[in-house]
Design a binder for this molecule. Structure first.
Ligand SMILES: [Zn+2]
Length: 87
């Protein structure tokens, strides 16, 4: 691992506007190893090939995608990833 991660502040409006789910929604939330999108979940049906769970967020500014592992999530209380497990 090179250790250079993209930081996203979960409560920051600018970050929330910039980072979207693969289908362009801003209603995603992090899970332990993935992301989950409320709007995708609402639209999802079993015939759909996509899943409301995904592991890449899209940067609207550059069009690039970043995987969960390349992203460091920060909440007002501190880094999201250390909330669980043995840190
Ligand atoms: Zn979505």
């Amino acid at each position: 691992m090179t250790g250079r991660k993209t930081t996203i502040h979960l409560e920051d409006d600018a970050d929330r506007w910039r980072w979207v789910c693969p289908r362009g929604h801003r209603t995603w939330e992090p899970t332990n190893y993935h992301f989950w999108c409320a709007k995708c979940a609402r639209q999802w049906s079993q015939d759909d090939e996509f899943s409301p769970e995904f592991d890449e967020l899209r940067d609207k500014r550059s069009g690039e995608t970043k995987t969960r592992e390349e992203i460091r999530l920060v909440t007002p209380a501190g880094p999201y990833e250390h909330r669980e497990g043995s840190a």
